[in-house]
Design a protein around this ligand. Structure first.
Ligand SMILES: [Fe+2]
Ligand SMILES: [Fe+2]
Length: 313
């Protein structure tokens, strides 16, 4: 413990300056709380909506082994959503309100999940590139300044790393298969590469809240820095796999010691984030139907809890 007489900084500012964690009982600025609720909720929504493009393939998996792996992976994503909604609740957010915000479009989820998964190779590419990009984004969040969020991210990152490996292993297997399997993999890479780069958000110059999030140590690196890391990490993985990344401008820059890459289609990014992607309406409709179908479970659980509480009293 520091001596308040010798160190004038106390409370929230001191926790941030000393790189400690802010806990639910601590006082915090309203804007810090609101920023975190929004970020954690959008992250939770992304985990839940992200179950859909791969969940579609559970009943269509080519073998029992692939089905079991995919089922476990999609179930993990539901768990991630649960840890994150629970972390948002420690900030005073209401779970029903968050669910409603997702279903009504008041809050967003990662735009990557508005693209369709057309073949089983997409399952592998989602694991490799989408979970891979998520790892780049999320590993620094294990040190984010809000304690419950940081602790949730530690477990999530361990599971994401399994997800990425299973995706890569599936692609390796397909690349050792027939010519048409290799074509399926290349086609999936062509469709997912650019949307994966968009997962890091707008360029730094157009990311107005970034600086404040960095000052609060919610964020540790800028969007462009994380995107660059992801590109540098993916290039040798693509080489090992034997696929081409669909960017004619992608090349090693010896001076920078990093890869240069082409310009992202930001108009497409804005269009998909704005609701006009290939699957936006379907994703929200499926989520809403699942919520309505689950109403009897919530009612039964609430009735059971009330009965148990009555008995205990
Ligand atoms: Fe996840
Ligand atoms: Fe994942």
């Amino acid at each position: 413990m520091s001596d308040p007489m010798s160190d004038p900084m106390t409370g929230f500012d001191a926790i941030i300056a000393r790189d400690q964690r802010v806990e639910p009982r601590d006082e915090m600025p309203d804007a810090y709380r609101a920023t975190l609720i929004r970020q954690i909720a959008q992250h939770a929504h992304s985990e839940i909506i992200g179950m859909q493009p791969e969940g579609y393939w559970i009943t269509r998996a080519p073998s029992l082994r692939r089905k079991a792996i995919l089922l476990a992976k999609v179930q993990d994503e539901a768990g991630h959503g649960l840890y994150l909604y629970a972390a948002a609740e420690t900030l005073g957010a209401d779970r029903d309100d968050l669910t409603d915000a997702l279903m009504s479009g008041r809050q967003k989820y990662s735009s990557i999940f508005n693209y369709p998964s057309l073949t089983f190779a997409d399952v592998g590419v989602i694991g490799w590139l989408v979970d891979g990009a998520a790892i780049c984004n999320q590993v620094p969040l294990c040190r984010t300044s809000y304690g419950p969020y940081a602790r949730a991210m530690i477990r999530i990152c361990k599971e994401e790393s399994f997800h990425q490996r299973q995706g890569y292993e599936l692609l390796m297997t397909m690349m050792r298969g027939t010519g048409s399997q290799r074509e399926m993999v290349q086609d999936a890479v062509d469709r997912w590469w650019w949307p994966a780069l968009m997962m890091f958000g707008p360029p730094d110059g157009e990311s107005p809240n970034s600086a404040r999030s960095m000052a609060w140590k919610i964020k540790r690196h800028t969007n462009d820095e994380l995107r660059q890391r992801f590109v540098d990490m993916s290039v040798p993985q693509a080489d090992a796999l034997g696929v081409a990344l669909p960017d004619p401008e992608l090349r090693w820059n010896a001076e920078r010691g990093r890869h240069d890459f082409g310009e992202i289609d930001w108009a497409e990014f804005r269009r998909v984030v704005g609701g006009d992607g290939p699957c936006n309406a379907e994703r929200v409709a499926v989520r809403r139907a699942a919520h309505e179908d689950g109403a009897w479970v919530r009612e039964a659980a609430a009735a059971h809890a009330a009965k148990s509480a009555g008995r205990a009293a």
